[in-house]
Design a protein around this ligand. Sequence first.
Ligand SMILES: Cc1cc2nc3c(=O)[nH]c(=O)nc-3n(C[C@H](O)[C@H](O)[C@H](O)COP(=O)(O)OP(=O)(O)OC[C@H]3O[C@@H](n4cnc5c(N)ncnc54)[C@H](O)[C@@H]3O)c2cc1C
Length: 633
Amino acid sequence: MFICKKKYDVIVVGAGHAGVEAALAAARMGCEVLLLTINADAIGQMSCNPAIGGLAKGHIVREIDALGGEMGINTDMTGIQFRMLNKKKGPAVWAPRAQCDKKAYQLRLKWVCERQPRLEVKQDQAIKILQENQIAYGVETSYGIQYNANTIIVTTGTFLKGLLHVGSNQSQGGRAGDIAAMSLSKSLQEIGLELGRLKTGTPPRLLRKSINFSKTEVQYGDNPPPFFSYWNKNLFHMEQAKMKFGCFDQEKLEQPLMRKLAQQLPCYITYTTDKTANLINCNLHKSPLYSGAITGIGPRYCPSIEDKIVRFSSKERHQIFLEPEGIETDEIYLNGLSTSLPYEVQIDLVQSLIGCENAEILRPAYAVEYDFVFPTQISASLETKICKNLFLAGQINGTSGYEEAAAQGLIAGINAARRVNNLDPIVLRRNQAYIGVLIDDLVTKGTSEPYRMFTSRAEFRLLLRQDNADMRLSQLGFEIGLLPLRNYNSFSIKERIIKEELNRLHLTYSNGNSLAKLLSRPNISYKELSGVNPTLNEENIEQIEIAIKYEGYINRQDTEVTRLKSLEDKNIPDGFDFYAINNLRLEARQKLSKISPKTIGQAARISGVSPSDISVLLVYLKKTNSARIQSHQ
Ligand SMILES: Cc1cc2nc3c(=O)[nH]c(=O)nc-3n(C[C@H](O)[C@H](O)[C@H](O)COP(=O)(O)OP(=O)(O)OC[C@H]3O[C@@H](n4cnc5c(N)ncnc54)[C@H](O)[C@@H]3O)c2cc1C
């Protein structure tokens, strides 16, 4: 075994969406970071749909961006179509979504990692987590190298014992074209972590020239494009482009694709037919999902076409999107036709769609089964409870989706960096961020199927809007040393302008009504008020309109947050013995001991713990607390 002389602060295993955010965050916060990945050509690869955002996921990307993460910027730089979904509904559910160029997305992330100071990227596979007395200190790799570090973050996605299915054809793989990680699961189990099995699937990719688009509906992007990043003005003005790297002129490399294209690319919509449904019904026994060959549990909300046809048999047709995978490829992603049926059935299925009668499959659809770690074994900092300094992030924690993975990666990277500096972890609250909801759900309730974010999972949707992620999180991003000063300055200016204008609207009267009162009327927009501030941009105006028009609802949610705050703030001491409370039901004692909640609020969200259990717990804590105070007097 060759032992690398350098000791890192943080080792990140895996360079998917979680790994990249984790590594960049820790390095940007001053740590020496090693990013280990099986295939350096696949850093930040989009295993499935080349799209970022959408309902609730778009909110998460804005939060990552507000804190100083990379996903939003990378999407803006490599997007080829941008839309704001749900614009006809209330602002809580508006959701940005972008179609990206798959290769450009991945290459830019690789490039950002390679150029990040203090970050070393190495192609190698981690086969063992090294630990002593349940404290992680390094990893062993398949090249026989031992790397040591203060903290380890594991972000292995769908790769742990990955098994790919196309009909009855099975092969090992982390995803099509990539080898699986066959050894690391055993190492995690030896540490004492309990693993389960999940599955997910992806549709076929078609060749553009074989599709008759005239039979489909066109879907254009929004104009102007709703970009993701709060900081993209810098990107589009090429501030960074003035830097030169050796023989490379960065200006030539750092071109947003939208600038090169000068337009957005359209997507297309088509539909299944009766023939599609018949084909599925006749071939169901050949689907590994239905034959029992797949044992892992799949995502209910992102069903395969087999599931859709069986579960919604009364539905006449299903919508399928034809989405370009990039500008320098003719591959078309068939969004909505995920399947694990045999290849020959896939050909007929595809050709049963309107406009696809002669379509050619470039890559078949497949399903992947993989090991994951039951997430109740980690705390809200994303550190494992059983092994100190070992953090987990991304699909390994039972989630599905790039955005969910990136969000966890960012938090794990931040908290590993804070551990290195002996600082308390950052835990986002449920009323502060979707990222807080995501992690709290995972570590408190666990999951038995791939978890994805929905707006309905958040109690305080109106507070957690995609438009105000910077107002909620940028101060924190700056304070922890992640958000750069230039971005923080632009946020502070925006915050000040909005505050001043809101004050002015409340204090200025026209015909006996304050301007704020007038603006609160549904049919009046900011620009229709008298004496508007001409220097405000569209982003500021949107914030002002939402703040005033939804003031009543927002205040109500704020009041609810304050009401619950006393429970959220009531801490449960570390290592608290729930079995010592005789009056507590056995189920509650078991569940509470397993999860070890940090606050009464978290304890109350554990399934199987009732409000009366919480009352018993509160009384006990109060008693032991006053006994402790008395013994100290
Ligand atoms: C077939 C398929 C279908 C999917 N469908 C959807 C979908 O419909 N909707 C959706 O939202 N999401 C879908 N996803 C999920 C999405 O791709 C993941 O949620 C997301 O990529 C997870 O990010 P991650 O960073 O956790 O892991 P990944 O993106 O999987 O990255 C894992 C990284 O870890 C590396 N790695 C693994 N093991 C090791 C090791 N031992 N040593 C070193 N490096 C290692 C890999 O090389 C890779 O770089 C799908 C994924 C697949 C494979």
